[in-house]
Structure formats: C-alpha cells, structure tokens
Design a protein around this ligand. Structure first.
Ligand code: PLP
Length: 400
C-alpha cells in the first residue's frame, strides 16, 4: 500500500533519500511570500544579478522564437553554439577545446550532475568543498558515491587547505569537485593550489569537476586559473560553466560542460534520455551573448567590484561582524558567530525584523555555520539600506 507521507523516506529509492531543498530557493520563496503580504524586502539571498539579461541577448532570443527556432535540436547543443563555446572557453583558459568536447545543457547544473552520474560508481569517494554549492553532495549521493567534504577555512582565505586535502585523497577517491571563484565564499584557488591538486589527481588517476561558473567574475585584475590548463589535466577534467551569472541569464537556463570526447558522448546520452535537448531559442540567445559585444558584461563586473568594496567595508564596520574580501563571484560571506546564534536563526531574524533576505552559511554545509551569505549584485542604494537595517537589527542582539 502506498502512503502519501512525504516524510516516510522508506517509500523512496535510497538514491534520493538524502536530497534536501536548496536554501536559496527556499529563502527566495519565503521572501517573496512576505513581499506579497506587503513587506518591502531587499533580496540578497538569490545568487543572481539584480539586472535582466542584456538587450542584444533578449532580442536574439525573441528573433529566434519568431524565426521558428522552437523545435527539437541536437541533444548536445546546436553546432554553432558548441563551436562558439569551444572557441571562447578555450581562448579564455589558454587551452584548445574541440566542439565535440562541449555539451550544452539547461544551466550549468546538468554539466556537473550528468558527468558525476557517468563517472562515480557506488562506494567511490568524491571530495567536495564545505562550505560549498549544495548540489555537489546531492549529485554525489544520487550517483551512489560517498561525499567527502574538505573544509574551507576563513583563515586560509577559503582556499583548499592542502594538508586537510592530502589526508582525504586516497585510492578510493574517484572525483574531486572544485569551485573557483567559490560560492558561497568568494575564494579563488591559486595556481600553486591547483598544481598540488592536479598532482594528486594524476597520481591517483582521478577525475576533477571544475565548476568555473564565476570564472569571469573576478576582481584581482588577472584571469582565474583553470586546473584544465595544467599538464595532463584536460583528459581528466570536466569544466562546468554557463551563461547564468556572466550574462544575467539565470532563468533562461543555459550552461555547458567541457570534457574529454568519450565522456561527452556518455553525457550526451544521459541528456538524450532525460532532458532531450536544451531550448533552441535560448541557445540562439546564448550564441549572441558569446559572440556579441562583451562591453555590458565587463561593465557589470566592474560595478560588482565597486559594490563589493562598499558592501564588505560596511559589513566589517558592524560590531560583531567580520568579513573577508571575496576575490571573485558576487557573495559576501561574513562571520557572524560572535552573536552566538545559529546562522539559520540569524537569517530568519534579519528577514522577519528588517526585511533583509540572506542565506545562512549552514545551507552550504556544516562548515558554513557561523556565516551568512549575501549576494552583492544589487544596486548601491539597496546595499546601503541593507547595511543600515542589518546594523540596527544586529545592534539589538549584542555580540557575546
Ligand atoms: N555552480 C555554482 C557554484 C553556482 O553557484 C550555481 C548557481 O547558483 C550553479 C553552478 C548553477 O548554475 P545554473 O543556474 O546555470 O545551473
């Protein structure tokens, strides 16, 4: 007899029992519900720019719909888009990428989820960052792997701590997931750190999924290095990237993976039998995003940098709050442990009392406890108001 009790996990296959909702979607829904009830909310919870996709991109999408590009396309993506991605992504990383290595999907998530399904066997260990993007342990678990968190620490500027990493990597490890610049910390992995990880990957014959979705949102005036460009790594690396963040296209659902051709063929089969193909007109919009002028995308990054500087300085000025300067992505990840409350409690408190929507660090793994994640891709005015409101609300709590 089937019950309808959604908490009765025994109803479901083991591979989905560990899945939990993503904090960002949950908090967004709560904040929107408060807004619908008349509250004025500043949205710093969702990982998306507050602006819409640029005009040239929107127009290309509309033109594609009007031209009838609304039918099935090839599962791995339109050939013209795969070629453009291969050229652009390869040039930016200093590597050669063939179009056959590119698999297009609806967002960047499929470019990590499907390669994980294709590579990780039951019982294989997979190392991933904590705090980190919650999809990593979710996808490793669905594949039947053993998620092995590597702690990112504030005192290391949220880079991989190589001593901790060396203790975790072993003959049972199959996969290492990297994310640089990182969500939620804004940390960037240096070339030296990547070389160390690459050496372990070659020694243990491992795969790396390198989530580079924030690769162009970097503030140090130098390109963020990709592990795929290191010797012997292209053949064991999946680069995961997309259009959501760089081109403010989160709801268009467009991303891609770059991987060795044999793996790309397997991932294409997984796409064929699950998604079928990615929306065709969205891909035309993506083609325009890549091949059209980059001025707006670049101006946006320059603006994020200004927003980051103001917002992080403002957070650090609040008694009890300590905030590292993020080197990439568009998140501040302040340490709020001085208030002696769980981060989920603090996020609720800020939403309820002053209408500032933030995510608790614990939404990114146990090691995120004690932090909040705030997206600063917002107007200077909203950021200033959020700072004032947070300072007032937190002053009432008095750091312990
Ligand atoms: N990877 C990281 C680190 C992210 O933060 C996100 C989105 O928040 C994604 C991947 C997913 O990107 P997409 O929306 O294109 O699937």
């Amino acid at each position: 007899m089937h019950t309808t009790d959604k908490n009765d996990l025994a109803l479901f296959a083991e591979r989905v029992q560990h899945l939990v909702p993503e904090g960002a979607y949950q908090m967004l829904a709560r904040a929107q519900a408060l807004e619908a009830a008349g509250r004025q909310i500043i949205h710093l919870e969702a990982g998306q720019p507050d602006v819409l996709a640029f005009d040239n991109i929107v127009r290309a999408g509309i033109r594609a719909i009007e031209a009838g590009h609304t039918r099935y396309g090839p599962p791995a993506g339109l050939p013209a888009l795969r070629r453009a991605i291969a050229e652009d992504a390869g040039r930016r990383r200093g590597i050669e990428v063939r179009p056959a290595q590119v698999v297009v999907g609806p967002g960047a998530k499929p470019a990590m989820f499907f390669p994980t399904l294709a590579l990780v066997r039951p019982g294989d260990e997979a190392i991933y960052p904590d705090p980190g993007f919650p999809t990593y342990p979710a996808m490793i678990g669905v594949a039947g792997g053993v998620p092995v968190p590597v702690l990112l620490r504030e005192e290391d500027d949220f880079a991989f701590n190589l001593d901790l990493f060396d203790r975790l990597v072993n003959a049972r490890t199959r996969l290492i997931v990297l994310n640089s610049p990182s969500n939620p910390t804004g940390g960037v992995l240096s070339r030296a750190v990547l070389e160390h990880i690459a050496e372990a990957a070659r020694r243990y014959d491992l795969w790396v999924i390198s989530d580079e979705i924030y690769g162009r949102l970097a503030y140090d005036d130098q390109p963020v290095p990709s592990i795929a460009a290191l010797p012997g790594m292209a053949e064991r690396t999946v680069i995961c990237d997309g259009f959501s963040k760089t081109y403010a296209m989160t709801g268009w659902r467009l991303g891609f993976g770059i991987m060795p051709e044999a793996l790309a063929e397997r991932v294409e089969l997984l796409l064929t039998h699950s998604i079928g193909c990615t929306a065709t007109f969205t891909q035309y919009a993506g083609l325009e995003a890549l091949t059209g002028s980059q001025d707006q995308a670049e101006a946006m990054v320059a603006e994020y940098k200004r927003q980051r500087d103001v917002f992080v300085a403002g957070l650090s000025a609040i008694p009890g709050v300590r905030c590292r300067m993020p080197r990439g992505a568009f998140y501040a990840f302040p340490n709020v442990s001085a208030f002696g409350r769980p981060s989920a409690w603090l996020a609720d408190y800020l939403l309820e009392t002053v209408g500032v929507a933030a995510l608790p660090g614990s939404a990114f793994g146990p090691n995120g406890e004690g932090f909040l994640r705030l997206c600063f891709a917002n107007s200077m005015e909203n950021l200033q108001t959020a700072l004032e409101r947070m300072a007032a609300a937190l002053a009432d709590l008095r750091p312990g």
